[in-house]
Design a protein around this ligand. Structure first.
Ligand code: BGC
Length: 734
């Protein structure tokens, strides 16, 4: 449709029809089965409300959606097609590593490939819009949703943001979203990743400077890459809930970031403004949401029951309503729905491409790239095929290794570690359950508890110990349960379940060659694990081909390619902990035993493992970094070079990281900030020069007057294999 035709359509719509375009419900409101991704409210819709509905979430399947579209279009007075939206997060049916793991890959190109495959599969199943990428910067591992984010760093997250949007939508920034792509939704705007105490949905208090400098850049990068939708967050930000935050939505998002797409609330976030205590009732919440510029109200009783009345009374202008409706109609038009309301929904295509070998292969590669090797004493890894190995633990034969947003996916389509190792033809491997996954009565995010059968637990442990005693090495496949992280999966402790810790300790009594393969959706405490293990490899929730990828990496067919995208604390009580903290007046680099210095009296200040850390099966050395000019002029640039050499015996890929420290400025600056990274693959003995451009633009920040500028002065540029790197070169900005 042309813009003129869209305007004509808008003008011919009744008030109720217009409101309908701004209402989103779950499938159950229409008597359809679908996922329920939030608290079950009671949305009471009459037949007219149902006929006018503009969009529906959490529903998929080509046949089902074609039929649903036909039914809705027959009812809708102007036959306007519906939008079908879904949480396609780390894949649709072919599941890729969780977003935090994709952050660990430091490989935006790979992430983009994963997103484009997810878009193809979901499109064929009739989906139009994904509620991804989630770009909430997170610095507190207690928060359950860290698994959905690329991690703790604004620069890495911004790179991932672009990659995901381009993967989902294709690179045509303003053109139509073609049949193989989905419209992307940036979420959760804004700063949802900073809840107090790591408790989901909790209060966020943040200075405007920190908000702008650390939290907004990734959302802004996704908007700049052309994301068609933005979702508001559940939290209050400095006491104002995002869904009613005019400043955030109108001034920053639309005004400064130039976002002209559809703004959707999170699930029932509009009506939750009553709980937040800024609206007395749903009518007031509706008014606040419209004032903030919210277009679509997801699963709440605000717009559907109050918007029309408020417009009739003149409390909300018809102009504001029309603008919101027009944005939704434009999105439908951009997706080509007026010409083809089914878009790419096609049962045959859906069957043909879902989980096809090519997609599975990409899932395997992306998983391998995301695994982080944190410890490897005596080169315990990789395993040799002639060693006897006992694979023990609740994840050795577990299909549930997706992460919690992979709802449409079928767990049986995942290769377990056991299946993958048997497929490889390894004959001297044994497999034991070892322990339960969860402790007796431990709760997951759905509030489910898991009663253990004590006799069974003892039997499993005895079997496991016998197998371990009989093997050269033991691979312990342990970790958090899939549903211990994710939405409402906040935790006050960051240990693996005690039954699994007990398993590790018991196995260590009979075999000291322990390798731990750690499944997790968040940074965990690992001290009590590495005490018993020679090797530790974090595999996150690796997805459909996770088992095969783990087998490849354990046997050295490929190497673990990831680096930590979030700091691993020594104890949960150190949270929030992250690498780019501000310096204090009393730094304490040497330990915790000196008085009057920053830190704890009963714990180190430093984390267990730092952002950017991770090993490979080879080693690398770095030359001293050099810079093309020690003085940088405003608008100028310099080139930083370093020679990286593979000093080990295997080919390997290093993730070379550039960090900058602004030594003195009008406001305190982080000790190090990631400003670039490169992956470089080298043969044994081979070296190569790696270069980074340093520009004046990279040195900008919000100064004392909240101006985004650079300030003249001295800077250090650090290069190395993690945020701990110490080799630096200094330069001055004139
Ligand atoms: C989550 C969103 C999600 C939405 C729809 C909410 O509970 O916070 O991330 O997109 O549900 O499923």
């Amino acid at each position: 449709m042309t813009d003129k035709e869209l305007m004509e359509l808008l003008q011919s719509m009744s008030l109720e029809e217009k409101v309908g375009q701004l209402v989103q419900v779950t499938g159950d409101a229409l008597g359809e089965n679908g996922q329920i991704t939030g608290p079950l409210g009671s949305m009471k819709l009459n037949d007219e409300d149902k006929a006018n509905l503009g969009s529906i979430l959490a529903i998929n399947g080509a046949e089902k959606l074609i039929a649903l579209q036909d039914k809705q279009m027959a009812q809708q007075p102007h036959h306007i097609p519906m939008l079908f939206m879904c949480d396609v997060i780390n894949g649709f049916q072919t599941i890729f590593p969780i977003p935090l793991a994709q952050g660990a890959s430091f490989d935006p190109e790979e992430t983009s490939k994963c997103a484009s495959i997810a878009a193809m599969e979901a499109s064929a199943a009739g989906v139009h819009v994904t509620f991804s990428p989630m770009l909430d910067l997170c610095r507190d591992a207690r928060w359950g949703r860290v698994m959905e984010s690329p991690g703790e760093d604004a620069y890495l997250n911004s790179c991932m943001a672009r990659a995901m949007v381009e993967g989902y939508q294709g690179t045509g920034k303003h053109g139509p979203v073609d049949r193989e792509h989905l419209a992307a939704t940036v979420k959760h705007f804004a700063a949802y990743g900073r809840p107090e105490g790591g408790r989901d949905y909790d209060t966020v208090e943040l200075s405007e400077r920190t908000l702008r400098e650390d939290y907004l850049p990734a959302y802004a990068a996704a908007v700049d890459a052309g994301a068609r939708l933005v979702m508001t967050s559940f939290n209050t930000l400095n006491r104002v809930p995002s869904t009613g935050n005019r400043w955030l939505m109108r001034d920053i998002l639309r005004g400064e970031m130039n976002f002209d797409g559809v703004l959707i609330s999170d699930y029932s976030a509009a009506e939750e403004m009553v709980n937040h205590g800024i609206a007395e009732d749903l009518s007031e919440a509706t008014r606040l949401a419209m004032a903030a510029g919210l277009d679509i109200d997801m699963v709440s009783n605000c717009y559907v029951h109050h918007l029309a009345d408020l417009v009739r009374k003149g409390d909300i202008s018809e102009k504001d309503l029309d603008e919101a409706v027009l944005r939704v109609l434009r999105l439908k038009n951009d997706l080509g729905l007026f010409e083809n309301p089914y878009k790419a929904a096609c049962p045959e295509k859906e069957r043909e491409i879902t989980l096809c070998p090519e997609f599975r292969q990409e899932a395997r590669i992306s998983a391998e790239k995301s695994f982080v090797l944190l410890k490897n004493e005596e080169s315990c890894l990789p395993l040799a095929q002639n060693e006897s190995v006992a694979f023990i633990g609740p994840y050795a034969m577990n299909h549930e290794i997706f992460g919690t947003w992979s709802v449409p996916a079928d767990a049986e389509s995942t290769a377990t570690i056991r299946q993958a190792i048997e497929t490889m033809g390894i004959s001297n491997a044994t497999f034991c359950q070892g322990s339960f996954l969860m402790d007796n009565d431990q709760r997951n995010r759905f509030g489910q508890t898991f009663a253990q059968d004590i006799d069974q637990a003892e039997k499993w442990l005895e079997e496991a110990k016998a197998a371990a005693a009989d093997s050269d090495k033991v691979v312990l496949c342990v970790g958090e349960m899939n549903s211990q992280s994710g939405e409402c999966g906040s935790r006050a402790t960051l240990r693996i379940p005690e039954c699994q810790q007990h398993l590790i300790e018991e196995i260590a009594k009979v075999n000291s060659n322990i390798i731990v393969v750690l499944f997790t959706g968040r940074p965990l405490e690992t001290k009590e694990i590495t005490k018993y293990a020679k090797s530790l490899v974090v595999v996150w929730f690796p997805g459909t081909e996770g088992g095969s990828a783990i087998a490849d990496v354990l046997y050295g067919i490929s190497e673990p390619g990831g680096r930590l995208p979030m700091t691993f604390p020594r104890t949960a009580t150190q949270e929030p902990i992250y690498y780019n903290q501000l310096p204090t007046g009393r730094p304490n680099p040497s330990g915790h035993d000196l008085p009057f210095l920053n830190g704890y009296i009963d714990e180190e200040t430093t984390p267990e493992y730092c952002f950017g850390q991770g090993m490979t099966y080879t080693t690398f050395s770095y030359s001293k970094p050099e810079i093309s000019g020690r003085t940088l002029k405003k608008g100028g640039k310099a080139t930083l070079s370093v020679t990286v050499k593979n000093t080990g015996k295997r080919k390997g890929t290093e993730t070379v990281q550039l960090y900058i420290h602004d030594i003195a400025a009008s406001v305190s600056r982080p000790q190090k900030m990631l400003k670039g990274f490169r992956k470089i693959t080298l043969d044994p003995g081979e070296s190569a020069s790696v270069q980074f451009e340093i520009t004046e633009e990279m040195l900008r920040f919000y100064d004392i007057n909240m101006q985004y500028v650079s300030e003249p002065g001295k800077f250090d540029a650090y290069v190395g294999g993690s945020s701990l790197c110490q080799d630096k070169v200094s330069f001055t900005l004139e």
